[in-house]
Design a protein around this ligand. Structure first.
Ligand SMILES: Cc1cc2nc3c(=O)[nH]c(=O)nc-3n(C[C@H](O)[C@H](O)[C@H](O)COP(=O)(O)OP(=O)(O)OC[C@H]3O[C@@H](n4cnc5c(N)ncnc54)[C@H](O)[C@@H]3O)c2cc1C
Length: 375
């Protein structure tokens, strides 16, 4: 039986980033994935590094988001240097495009929310928005320019993070997922895998929306899949610089001219089918934002499963099981939060302290709720 300092269940961007961070700190790490690592949500994502809270209810994640944005450039540099692969990082900001009078009325509240969060946001007229992004529809009534937004090519970056972790000595295994936690008394001693068992001082649940399928993990990580459908477009002569948002859909340009368009949020279990309704919704939104996309070629369609949680907040931190940590449930923000998640896990494993308060995201919050309800 193999023994590690840390055994990580799941090799998406979260598991890969944790493995890299811990391996860089000199720890012996094993990552165990049920399939080829990096092929689930981290592959399906749009790759936006977007710290803006979608609503006032999500502001509790802000300290984590801002901390992650601050360390992202250095994290990318390390991944690129170790792996030899470029992340496709773009830091051009994002534009919230407002197409109706009703939307423009919400501008003061949106600006207030951003500024109170320490994020830069600027109101633009329709003309100013079209000057910045000439491909936009002439129907635009106004826009909000969010300066702090960036993006990367999440598929390449996840592969690169896995490779960087490998090169720092982490062992990464495919087709050998976790069946259950290996529990002894009140401690977690490692993982019971599909093939064999591994012992570890620390065990991290990082299996995205599949985390609750690992026996004994569901109480700490009650994660459910939230399907998001996506399209990749390419259109000669259409140039977009910033990530464009409108009415809950977005267009994300890549360095090689591709435009990623998304998305839907659907609760259909583990179904990954791409549907006519999903494509219609995304394409209608894309064309109403950038009319020239009518002529775009559809290069690819896909759907991925976000790891959502009962309160839509991530699940991070220690549990009542000695040695057991959880790092999952990042829902729509796992790309954004990967570097800070990895840093906090490394801090906890090495010092049992963290530099950003993660108690609001404790895996114990679901157990407390359960006990309160039955009491
Ligand atoms: C359509 C879409 C768009 C998105 N856009 C953005 C965005 O723009 N910005 C952003 O920040 N976030 C975005 N997200 C969310 C982000 O992609 C996720 O939050 C993030 O990728 C989660 O990473 P993860 O490593 O936790 O999970 P995953 O990438 O899903 O990885 C989980 C891994 O666990 C493995 N696994 C499964 N079962 C087991 C088991 N029993 N044992 C061990 N391993 C197992 C899987 O094979 C997989 O490799 C988007 C997601 C989707 C689907």
């Amino acid at each position: 039986m193999k023994t590690y300092d840390v055994a990580v269940a799941g090799g998406g961007l979260i598991g890969a980033s944790i493995a890299l961070e811990l391996a860089c700190a000199g720890l012996k790490v094993g990552v165990f994935d049920a399939q080829k690592p990096g092929r689930e949500a981290s592959w399906a994502s749009a790759g936006m590094i977007s710290p803006s809270p979608e609503s006032a209810a999500m502001t509790s994640v802000l300290p984590m988001s801002l901390a992650s944005v601050a360390i992202y450039p250095e994290f990318i540099r390390r991944v690129e240097e170790l792996s030899g692969q470029m992340a496709g990082y773009r830091k051009h900001g994002a534009l919230d495009v407002l197409l109706t009078e009703k939307e423009t009325k919400e501008v003061p509240d949106i600006l207030l929310l951003h500024r109170a969060s320490g994020l830069q946001a600027e109101a633009l007229s329709g003309e100013q928005a079209c000057e910045l992004e000439p491909a936009l529809t002439a129907e635009v009534r106004g826009a909000i320019l969010r300066h702090d937004e960036a993006s990367l090519d999440n598929r390449v970056f996840t592969e690169a993070a896995l490779e960087a972790a490998r090169r720092k000595g982490a062992e990464i295994y495919s087709n050998n997922g976790a069946k259950s936690l290996w529990l002894e008394g009140s401690a977690c001693k490692g993982l019971q895998l599909e093939n064999g068992r591994v012992e570890a001082r620390w065990t991290v649940i990082a299996a995205g929306c599949f985390s609750a399928q690992i026996e004994d993990a569901a109480a700490y990580a009650p994660v459910v899949p939230a399907k998001g459908q996506m399209l990749c477009l390419r259109c000669d002569g259409v140039h977009i610089t910033r990530d464009l948002w409108s009415n809950h859909m977005y267009l994300v340009p890549r360095n090689d001219g591709r435009i990623i368009a998304g998305s839907t949020i659907e609760y259909e279990g583990f179904d990954r089918s791409v549907t006519a309704a999903g494509m219609k919704r995304i394409l209608t939104g894309a064309i109403s934002l950038v009319p020239a996309l009518e002529k775009a070629r559809i290069e690819e369609t896909w759907a991925g499963l976000r790891p959502d949680t009962p309160d839509h907040l991530p699940i991070l931190g220690p549990t009542d099981r000695e040695g057991l940590l959880v790092a999952t449930g990042h829902f729509r923000s796992g790309i954004l939060l990967a570097p800070i998640t990895a840093q906090l896990v490394r801090e906890w494993v090495t010092t049992q302290k963290v530099s950003v308060d993660w108690t609001p995201f404790s895996p114990m919050r679901f157990q407390e709720k359960r006990h309160t309800r039955t009491a």
